[in-house]
Design a protein around this ligand. Structure first.
Ligand SMILES: Nc1nc2c(ncn2[C@@H]2O[C@H](COP(=O)(O)OP(=O)(O)OP(=O)(O)O)[C@@H](O)[C@H]2O)c(=O)[nH]1
Length: 292
């Protein structure tokens, strides 16, 4: 696994060349401020980091713990559960929900788990079709209904089917957009309730998918989902396609939620557990010269 996160930071590293054309052993505070802003760390967080730097020459050893401290969220702990483990996937359309569900499904399948999918985004026919295609490709069963049908009924049927057939893990897609935000909040709350009705304690994990290319603008979106339904962890997609890798600091800091995985490409296997040390070191490697 090692190296995928660093490789996915190549666009962010490229962007940093604008402010750091040549790597150095140390930087002034002003230069560090510019670097963090260029990487799309949110201004308020940049100020917090800068205010904690007392030295005039900032070396890698000084900056590293400050960056790691912004990722000091409590790490994710799987709750006690009776199988199947039910995972609800939320996030706006286009964030990469469908692709990420297939990536998760493949990962769990490779871990030896029996997986079932639920096509709970009944608002968009394309979402049902796309997830069904992935399910077929990965040879994983899916419960799907027609567009416009009740999404919580899909969730209920998926869990019931998984229970009766002895499946280990259920992943349920949800709508990313409805006619209004209130409708979306109500639908997500209803699905949440129905999951618990179908299987006490479910959903065991609600995972928010965030498009990494959106940078800091994703923070408000993430907060909204957290308020609507309560999020247990985040997956950031398209890390490979963004020059805004630094926004991960702001997202984790603002929400104080664990980042579970990052998407590092379009293929089902391109999902990497988020390792904050690899992430921070990947960024630092882009600006600091190696000490000889
Ligand atoms: N490079 C890259 N592309 C990704 C990643 N995750 C998703 N994508 C691409 O992003 C686009 C949108 O992802 P989808 O999963 O199709 O998302 P969607 O169906 O538009 O919307 P939702 O499923 O509602 O989120 C697709 O072209 C995916 O291939 C990733 O980690 N890296």
């Amino acid at each position: 696994m090692f190296g995928f996160i660093k490789k996915s930071l190549h666009k962010t590293a490229e962007a940093l060349k604008l402010v750091v054309p040549k790597k150095k052993l140390s930087f002034s505070k002003n230069e560090i401020e510019e670097i963090l802003l260029e990487a799309d760390v949110e201004y308020a967080l940049v100020e917090i980091i800068i205010n904690e730097l007392y030295q005039s020459k900032i070396t890698r050893e000084i900056l590293r713990p400050k960056l790691l401290a912004t990722l000091a969220y409590t790490s994710y702990k799987e709750p006690e559960f009776n199988a199947p483990f039910v995972e609800l996937i939320v996030g706006v359309n286009g964030a990469g929900k469908t692709t990420t569900i297939s990536k998760l499904a493949l990962k769990y399948k490779n871990d030896g788990k029996k997986i079932m999918l639920g096509a709970g985004d009944t608002f968009r026919a394309a979402a049902i079709e796309q997830l069904s295609l992935w399910a077929k490709k990965l040879n994983i069963p899916i419960v799907a209904s027609k567009q416009g049908h009740d999404s919580s009924a899909v969730a209920y049927d998926t869990i019931e089917s998984a229970k009766s057939k002895g499946y280990d893990h259920v992943i349920i897609d949800t709508a990313g957009r409805l006619h209004t935000q209130t409708n979306l909040a109500n639908e997500l709350k209803k699905i949440h309730r129905i999951c618990d009705k179908a299987h006490s304690g479910a959903p065991h994990r609600t995972t928010l998918i965030i498009d990494g290319t959106q940078g800091n603008s994703a923070i408000a979106q993430a907060k909204a989902f957290n308020e609507m339904i309560g999020v247990d962890g985040i997956i950031i997609t398209k890390l490979d396609g963004t020059a805004k890798g630094g926004s991960i600091f702001s997202i984790a800091y603002a929400l104080n939620l664990p980042i579970l995985y990052v998407g590092t490409g379009e293929q089902p296997e391109n999902l990497t557990p988020f390792d904050k040390y690899e992430f921070v070191d990947g960024l630092l490697d882009a600006i600091f010269e190696e000490e000889s």
